[in-house]
Ligand binder design. Structure first.
Ligand SMILES: *Cc1c(COP(=O)(O)O)cnc(C)c1O
Length: 392
Protein backbone atom coordinates (compact mmCIF):
# COMPACT_ATOMS: atom_id res chain seq x y z
CA UNK A 1 0.00 0.00 0.00
CA UNK A 2 2.73 2.45 1.01
CA UNK A 3 5.03 3.25 -1.84
CA UNK A 4 7.60 5.05 0.31
CA UNK A 5 8.98 4.67 3.84
CA UNK A 6 8.14 7.49 6.23
CA UNK A 7 11.25 9.56 6.70
CA UNK A 8 9.82 12.04 9.23
CA UNK A 9 8.98 10.37 12.55
CA UNK A 10 6.04 11.50 14.70
CA UNK A 11 7.44 14.44 16.72
CA UNK A 12 8.21 13.56 20.35
CA UNK A 13 6.80 16.88 21.53
CA UNK A 14 3.37 16.08 20.12
CA UNK A 15 3.21 12.83 22.01
CA UNK A 16 3.14 14.77 25.29
CA UNK A 17 -0.01 16.54 26.50
CA UNK A 18 -0.55 20.19 25.58
CA UNK A 19 0.49 22.44 28.41
CA UNK A 20 -0.47 26.12 28.68
CA UNK A 21 0.05 28.33 31.75
CA UNK A 22 -2.71 30.41 33.28
CA UNK A 23 -1.87 34.12 33.11
CA UNK A 24 -3.40 37.47 33.83
CA UNK A 25 -3.22 39.26 30.48
CA UNK A 26 -2.80 42.96 31.24
CA UNK A 27 -0.90 43.87 28.08
CA UNK A 28 -2.38 45.60 25.03
CA UNK A 29 -4.10 42.35 23.96
CA UNK A 30 -5.13 39.66 23.83
CA UNK A 31 -7.05 39.91 27.09
CA UNK A 32 -8.37 37.01 29.17
CA UNK A 33 -11.45 35.31 27.78
CA UNK A 34 -14.84 36.08 29.28
CA UNK A 35 -16.01 32.79 30.84
CA UNK A 36 -19.06 32.87 28.56
CA UNK A 37 -16.92 33.33 25.43
CA UNK A 38 -14.68 30.48 26.57
CA UNK A 39 -17.68 28.18 27.21
CA UNK A 40 -19.05 28.95 23.73
CA UNK A 41 -15.83 27.67 22.17
CA UNK A 42 -16.63 24.21 23.55
CA UNK A 43 -20.00 23.93 21.76
CA UNK A 44 -20.38 21.40 18.93
CA UNK A 45 -19.35 22.47 15.47
CA UNK A 46 -22.00 23.05 12.82
CA UNK A 47 -21.51 23.87 9.15
CA UNK A 48 -20.67 27.43 8.16
CA UNK A 49 -23.63 27.41 5.71
CA UNK A 50 -26.23 25.90 8.07
CA UNK A 51 -29.25 28.07 8.74
CA UNK A 52 -28.48 28.03 12.48
CA UNK A 53 -25.07 29.51 11.67
CA UNK A 54 -26.67 32.23 9.54
CA UNK A 55 -28.78 33.03 12.60
CA UNK A 56 -25.60 33.37 14.72
CA UNK A 57 -24.08 35.60 12.04
CA UNK A 58 -27.20 37.79 11.96
CA UNK A 59 -26.98 38.18 15.73
CA UNK A 60 -23.30 39.11 15.44
CA UNK A 61 -24.19 41.78 12.86
CA UNK A 62 -26.74 43.27 15.22
CA UNK A 63 -24.21 43.16 18.05
CA UNK A 64 -21.67 45.01 15.90
CA UNK A 65 -24.28 47.59 14.89
CA UNK A 66 -24.95 48.20 18.57
CA UNK A 67 -21.28 48.35 19.56
CA UNK A 68 -20.48 50.69 16.64
CA UNK A 69 -23.75 52.64 16.99
CA UNK A 70 -24.47 52.27 13.28
CA UNK A 71 -27.40 51.27 11.10
CA UNK A 72 -25.15 50.35 8.15
CA UNK A 73 -26.48 47.20 6.46
CA UNK A 74 -22.90 46.42 5.33
CA UNK A 75 -21.73 45.27 8.75
CA UNK A 76 -19.98 41.94 9.32
CA UNK A 77 -17.19 40.01 11.03
CA UNK A 78 -13.98 39.35 9.10
CA UNK A 79 -12.29 35.95 9.39
CA UNK A 80 -8.99 37.23 10.67
CA UNK A 81 -7.41 39.50 13.25
CA UNK A 82 -7.53 43.30 13.32
CA UNK A 83 -4.92 43.60 10.56
CA UNK A 84 -7.20 41.59 8.32
CA UNK A 85 -10.03 44.08 8.87
CA UNK A 86 -7.63 46.95 8.08
CA UNK A 87 -6.53 45.23 4.88
CA UNK A 88 -10.14 44.51 3.94
CA UNK A 89 -10.92 48.21 4.30
CA UNK A 90 -7.88 49.39 2.33
CA UNK A 91 -7.98 46.75 -0.42
CA UNK A 92 -11.58 47.69 -1.17
CA UNK A 93 -11.42 51.45 -0.75
CA UNK A 94 -8.13 52.22 -2.46
CA UNK A 95 -7.11 51.83 -6.08
CA UNK A 96 -3.60 52.35 -7.44
CA UNK A 97 -2.92 56.06 -7.74
CA UNK A 98 -5.49 57.12 -5.13
CA UNK A 99 -4.30 59.71 -2.64
CA UNK A 100 -4.36 58.30 0.93
CA UNK A 101 -3.84 60.51 3.99
CA UNK A 102 -2.67 58.75 7.13
CA UNK A 103 -2.51 59.86 10.74
CA UNK A 104 0.75 58.20 11.80
CA UNK A 105 1.17 58.97 15.50
CA UNK A 106 2.18 55.40 16.37
CA UNK A 107 2.48 51.96 14.83
CA UNK A 108 -1.04 51.60 13.42
CA UNK A 109 -0.82 54.51 11.03
CA UNK A 110 2.54 53.20 9.85
CA UNK A 111 0.94 49.82 9.17
CA UNK A 112 -1.92 51.46 7.25
CA UNK A 113 0.64 53.44 5.21
CA UNK A 114 2.58 50.24 4.47
CA UNK A 115 -0.56 48.48 3.20
CA UNK A 116 -1.54 51.57 1.19
CA UNK A 117 1.86 51.52 -0.54
CA UNK A 118 1.49 47.83 -1.39
CA UNK A 119 -1.79 48.70 -3.12
CA UNK A 120 -0.03 51.42 -5.11
CA UNK A 121 -1.82 54.37 -3.52
CA UNK A 122 -0.06 57.72 -3.10
CA UNK A 123 0.39 57.60 0.66
CA UNK A 124 0.79 60.80 2.67
CA UNK A 125 1.65 59.97 6.28
CA UNK A 126 1.28 62.82 8.76
CA UNK A 127 4.07 61.66 11.04
CA UNK A 128 3.79 62.74 14.64
CA UNK A 129 5.81 61.98 17.78
CA UNK A 130 4.34 59.21 19.97
CA UNK A 131 1.92 60.74 22.49
CA UNK A 132 0.30 63.22 20.10
CA UNK A 133 -3.06 63.26 18.36
CA UNK A 134 -4.50 65.15 15.35
CA UNK A 135 -6.46 68.36 15.63
CA UNK A 136 -9.19 69.28 13.13
CA UNK A 137 -6.92 72.01 11.83
CA UNK A 138 -4.04 69.61 11.14
CA UNK A 139 -6.38 67.25 9.33
CA UNK A 140 -7.81 70.09 7.26
CA UNK A 141 -4.30 71.11 6.19
CA UNK A 142 -3.65 67.54 5.05
CA UNK A 143 -6.95 67.41 3.18
CA UNK A 144 -6.26 70.69 1.39
CA UNK A 145 -2.70 69.77 0.49
CA UNK A 146 -3.15 66.15 -0.64
CA UNK A 147 -6.80 65.91 -1.73
CA UNK A 148 -7.05 62.33 -0.47
CA UNK A 149 -9.91 59.92 -1.15
CA UNK A 150 -9.39 58.39 2.28
CA UNK A 151 -8.12 59.44 5.73
CA UNK A 152 -6.99 56.89 8.32
CA UNK A 153 -7.12 57.68 12.04
CA UNK A 154 -6.61 55.45 15.08
CA UNK A 155 -9.19 56.03 17.82
CA UNK A 156 -7.28 54.12 20.50
CA UNK A 157 -3.58 54.30 19.66
CA UNK A 158 -2.50 51.30 21.73
CA UNK A 159 1.23 51.67 21.00
CA UNK A 160 1.29 55.15 22.56
CA UNK A 161 -1.79 55.23 24.83
CA UNK A 162 -3.49 58.10 22.99
CA UNK A 163 -7.23 58.58 22.51
CA UNK A 164 -7.93 60.43 19.25
CA UNK A 165 -10.99 62.74 19.46
CA UNK A 166 -13.46 62.00 16.65
CA UNK A 167 -16.18 64.65 16.82
CA UNK A 168 -16.19 66.73 13.63
CA UNK A 169 -13.61 64.72 11.68
CA UNK A 170 -16.12 62.86 9.52
CA UNK A 171 -17.94 66.04 8.58
CA UNK A 172 -14.65 67.73 7.76
CA UNK A 173 -13.55 64.83 5.53
CA UNK A 174 -16.86 64.83 3.68
CA UNK A 175 -16.51 68.56 2.92
CA UNK A 176 -13.36 67.57 1.01
CA UNK A 177 -14.90 64.49 -0.70
CA UNK A 178 -12.75 62.25 1.48
CA UNK A 179 -13.85 59.13 3.38
CA UNK A 180 -12.91 58.53 7.02
CA UNK A 181 -11.53 55.14 8.11
CA UNK A 182 -11.09 54.58 11.85
CA UNK A 183 -9.26 51.84 13.77
CA UNK A 184 -11.11 51.15 17.03
CA UNK A 185 -9.44 47.81 17.80
CA UNK A 186 -8.13 48.93 21.18
CA UNK A 187 -10.91 51.33 22.14
CA UNK A 188 -14.27 49.76 21.19
CA UNK A 189 -16.29 49.14 24.33
CA UNK A 190 -13.85 51.13 26.45
CA UNK A 191 -14.40 54.62 25.09
CA UNK A 192 -17.42 56.16 23.34
CA UNK A 193 -17.59 55.93 19.56
CA UNK A 194 -20.69 56.73 17.46
CA UNK A 195 -20.05 55.60 13.90
CA UNK A 196 -23.06 57.18 12.19
CA UNK A 197 -23.28 60.34 14.24
CA UNK A 198 -19.55 60.97 13.90
CA UNK A 199 -19.66 60.42 10.14
CA UNK A 200 -17.18 57.54 10.17
CA UNK A 201 -17.28 55.73 6.81
CA UNK A 202 -15.42 52.58 7.71
CA UNK A 203 -14.87 51.34 11.25
CA UNK A 204 -13.20 48.17 12.44
CA UNK A 205 -12.34 46.51 15.71
CA UNK A 206 -11.06 43.21 17.06
CA UNK A 207 -12.37 40.35 19.17
CA UNK A 208 -9.49 39.93 21.60
CA UNK A 209 -9.34 43.29 23.37
CA UNK A 210 -12.35 44.70 25.27
CA UNK A 211 -14.62 41.96 23.91
CA UNK A 212 -12.59 39.22 25.66
CA UNK A 213 -13.03 36.72 22.81
CA UNK A 214 -10.29 34.60 21.23
CA UNK A 215 -8.16 36.34 18.58
CA UNK A 216 -9.03 35.57 14.97
CA UNK A 217 -12.23 37.44 14.16
CA UNK A 218 -12.75 41.18 13.72
CA UNK A 219 -15.63 43.59 13.28
CA UNK A 220 -16.13 45.80 10.23
CA UNK A 221 -18.75 48.19 8.90
CA UNK A 222 -19.02 50.28 5.72
CA UNK A 223 -21.22 53.38 5.34
CA UNK A 224 -23.26 53.89 2.16
CA UNK A 225 -20.65 56.45 1.04
CA UNK A 226 -17.89 53.86 1.47
CA UNK A 227 -19.96 51.24 -0.35
CA UNK A 228 -20.45 53.68 -3.20
CA UNK A 229 -16.68 54.14 -3.52
CA UNK A 230 -16.31 50.36 -3.79
CA UNK A 231 -19.05 50.20 -6.48
CA UNK A 232 -17.28 52.89 -8.50
CA UNK A 233 -13.96 51.01 -8.65
CA UNK A 234 -12.33 50.71 -12.07
CA UNK A 235 -10.54 47.53 -10.99
CA UNK A 236 -11.54 44.51 -8.89
CA UNK A 237 -10.03 44.50 -5.39
CA UNK A 238 -6.76 42.54 -5.52
CA UNK A 239 -7.87 40.14 -2.79
CA UNK A 240 -10.56 37.52 -3.27
CA UNK A 241 -10.78 36.55 0.41
CA UNK A 242 -11.17 40.19 1.42
CA UNK A 243 -13.52 41.38 -1.33
CA UNK A 244 -16.11 43.20 0.75
CA UNK A 245 -18.94 42.68 -1.76
CA UNK A 246 -18.41 38.90 -1.61
CA UNK A 247 -18.22 39.08 2.18
CA UNK A 248 -21.40 41.17 2.24
CA UNK A 249 -23.21 38.40 0.38
CA UNK A 250 -21.89 35.70 2.72
CA UNK A 251 -23.05 37.79 5.69
CA UNK A 252 -26.52 38.36 4.25
CA UNK A 253 -26.01 42.12 3.82
CA UNK A 254 -27.21 42.34 0.19
CA UNK A 255 -30.64 40.60 0.30
CA UNK A 256 -29.39 37.97 -2.16
CA UNK A 257 -29.08 34.25 -1.44
CA UNK A 258 -25.89 33.58 0.47
CA UNK A 259 -23.20 31.83 -1.54
CA UNK A 260 -20.17 29.91 -0.36
CA UNK A 261 -17.15 32.22 -0.28
CA UNK A 262 -14.90 30.71 2.39
CA UNK A 263 -15.36 28.64 5.54
CA UNK A 264 -15.85 31.04 8.42
CA UNK A 265 -14.23 30.38 11.84
CA UNK A 266 -17.46 28.92 13.22
CA UNK A 267 -16.21 28.38 16.77
CA UNK A 268 -14.60 31.82 16.95
CA UNK A 269 -17.93 33.27 15.83
CA UNK A 270 -19.77 31.49 18.66
CA UNK A 271 -17.46 33.23 21.13
CA UNK A 272 -17.78 36.56 19.38
CA UNK A 273 -21.59 36.23 19.53
CA UNK A 274 -21.38 35.67 23.28
CA UNK A 275 -19.00 38.60 23.81
CA UNK A 276 -21.33 40.90 21.88
CA UNK A 277 -24.26 39.53 23.90
CA UNK A 278 -22.40 40.41 27.12
CA UNK A 279 -21.82 43.92 25.79
CA UNK A 280 -25.50 44.27 24.92
CA UNK A 281 -26.59 43.03 28.36
CA UNK A 282 -24.17 45.24 30.21
CA UNK A 283 -24.78 48.27 28.00
CA UNK A 284 -22.12 50.38 26.30
CA UNK A 285 -22.37 53.25 28.75
CA UNK A 286 -21.75 51.00 31.70
CA UNK A 287 -18.77 49.39 29.93
CA UNK A 288 -17.29 52.82 29.12
CA UNK A 289 -17.77 53.89 32.75
CA UNK A 290 -16.14 50.73 34.12
CA UNK A 291 -13.05 51.21 31.95
CA UNK A 292 -12.86 54.86 32.84
CA UNK A 293 -13.02 54.13 36.58
CA UNK A 294 -10.60 51.20 36.58
CA UNK A 295 -8.08 53.13 34.49
CA UNK A 296 -8.36 56.27 36.65
CA UNK A 297 -7.60 54.07 39.64
CA UNK A 298 -4.64 52.52 37.77
CA UNK A 299 -3.30 56.00 37.00
CA UNK A 300 -3.44 57.00 40.66
CA UNK A 301 -1.69 53.78 41.74
CA UNK A 302 1.05 54.22 39.12
CA UNK A 303 1.62 57.83 40.12
CA UNK A 304 1.73 56.64 43.73
CA UNK A 305 4.70 54.45 42.74
CA UNK A 306 6.47 57.52 41.35
CA UNK A 307 5.82 56.51 37.73
CA UNK A 308 5.00 59.09 35.08
CA UNK A 309 2.11 58.73 32.66
CA UNK A 310 3.42 59.01 29.09
CA UNK A 311 0.48 60.96 27.65
CA UNK A 312 0.55 64.47 29.11
CA UNK A 313 -2.98 65.65 28.32
CA UNK A 314 -5.46 63.75 30.54
CA UNK A 315 -8.20 64.32 27.93
CA UNK A 316 -6.33 62.21 25.34
CA UNK A 317 -5.39 59.30 27.61
CA UNK A 318 -6.84 56.03 26.36
CA UNK A 319 -9.15 54.45 28.96
CA UNK A 320 -8.20 50.89 27.97
CA UNK A 321 -4.42 50.88 27.59
CA UNK A 322 -2.17 53.01 29.74
CA UNK A 323 1.36 53.99 28.80
CA UNK A 324 3.91 54.96 31.45
CA UNK A 325 7.34 56.36 30.72
CA UNK A 326 10.04 53.74 31.34
CA UNK A 327 11.43 54.87 34.72
CA UNK A 328 14.92 56.39 34.54
CA UNK A 329 17.80 53.94 34.91
CA UNK A 330 15.76 50.80 34.26
CA UNK A 331 15.68 48.49 31.27
CA UNK A 332 11.98 48.02 30.39
CA UNK A 333 12.63 44.35 29.57
CA UNK A 334 13.67 43.64 33.17
CA UNK A 335 10.41 45.07 34.51
CA UNK A 336 8.21 43.21 32.02
CA UNK A 337 10.04 39.93 32.73
CA UNK A 338 9.92 40.40 36.49
CA UNK A 339 6.18 40.91 36.48
CA UNK A 340 5.71 37.86 34.26
CA UNK A 341 8.13 35.56 36.09
CA UNK A 342 7.08 36.41 39.65
CA UNK A 343 3.39 37.22 39.25
CA UNK A 344 2.25 35.54 36.02
CA UNK A 345 1.02 38.92 34.79
CA UNK A 346 1.61 40.12 31.26
CA UNK A 347 2.37 43.77 30.72
CA UNK A 348 4.24 44.98 27.69
CA UNK A 349 6.91 47.35 26.44
CA UNK A 350 6.46 49.85 23.60
CA UNK A 351 5.83 49.00 19.95
CA UNK A 352 7.17 50.67 16.81
CA UNK A 353 7.82 54.35 17.53
CA UNK A 354 7.16 53.91 21.28
CA UNK A 355 9.62 51.01 21.63
CA UNK A 356 11.95 51.58 24.59
CA UNK A 357 9.99 54.62 25.72
CA UNK A 358 7.00 53.12 27.51
CA UNK A 359 5.50 50.28 29.48
CA UNK A 360 1.93 49.40 28.50
CA UNK A 361 -0.77 48.13 30.82
CA UNK A 362 -4.16 47.11 29.44
CA UNK A 363 -7.42 46.85 31.39
CA UNK A 364 -9.61 45.29 28.75
CA UNK A 365 -13.22 44.17 29.22
CA UNK A 366 -13.59 41.79 32.15
CA UNK A 367 -9.99 42.57 33.15
CA UNK A 368 -10.91 46.18 33.96
CA UNK A 369 -11.30 45.83 37.73
CA UNK A 370 -9.81 47.43 40.86
CA UNK A 371 -8.66 44.00 41.93
CA UNK A 372 -6.49 43.61 38.80
CA UNK A 373 -5.12 47.12 39.29
CA UNK A 374 -4.08 46.14 42.81
CA UNK A 375 -2.36 42.99 41.46
CA UNK A 376 -0.37 44.81 38.82
CA UNK A 377 0.51 47.72 41.14
CA UNK A 378 1.90 45.27 43.71
CA UNK A 379 3.89 43.48 40.99
CA UNK A 380 5.29 46.74 39.65
CA UNK A 381 6.25 47.99 43.09
CA UNK A 382 8.27 44.84 43.71
CA UNK A 383 9.79 44.98 40.21
CA UNK A 384 10.99 48.54 40.83
CA UNK A 385 12.64 47.40 44.07
CA UNK A 386 14.28 44.30 42.63
CA UNK A 387 15.22 45.12 39.04
CA UNK A 388 18.75 46.43 38.39
CA UNK A 389 19.01 50.18 38.13
CA UNK A 390 21.84 52.16 36.55
CA UNK A 391 22.88 55.07 38.69
CA UNK A 392 23.41 57.76 36.07
C1 LIG B 1 -4.21 45.17 18.61
C2 LIG B 1 -4.44 46.27 17.66
C3 LIG B 1 -4.48 46.06 16.26
C4 LIG B 1 -4.10 44.79 15.60
O1 LIG B 1 -4.91 43.75 15.81
P1 LIG B 1 -4.45 42.26 15.47
O2 LIG B 1 -5.66 41.54 15.94
O3 LIG B 1 -3.20 41.96 16.24
O4 LIG B 1 -4.24 42.15 14.02
C5 LIG B 1 -4.79 47.13 15.44
N1 LIG B 1 -5.01 48.34 15.95
C6 LIG B 1 -4.95 48.59 17.26
C7 LIG B 1 -5.22 49.96 17.76
C8 LIG B 1 -4.66 47.56 18.16
O5 LIG B 1 -4.57 47.83 19.46
Amino acid sequence: MASHQLYVAPPEALLKPLSVPSRLLLGPGPSNLAPRAQAASGLPLIGHMHKEMFQVMDEIKQGIQYAFQTRNPLTLAVSGSGHCALETALLNLLEPGDSFLVGANGIWGLRAADIGERIGAHVHPMIKEPGGHYTLQEVEEGLTQHKPVLLFLTHGESSTGVLQPLDGYGELCHRYQCLLLVDAVASLGGSPIYMDQQGIDVLYSGSQKVLNSPPGTSLLSFSSRAKHKVYMRRTKPFSFSMDVMLLANLWGCDNKPRMYHHTTPVVGLYSLRESLALMAEQGLESSWRRHHEATAYLHSRLQGLGLQLFVRDPATRLPTITTVAVPAGYDWRDIVSYVMDHFGIEISGGLGPSMGKVLRIGLLGCNASRENVDHVAKALKEALQRCPRNKL
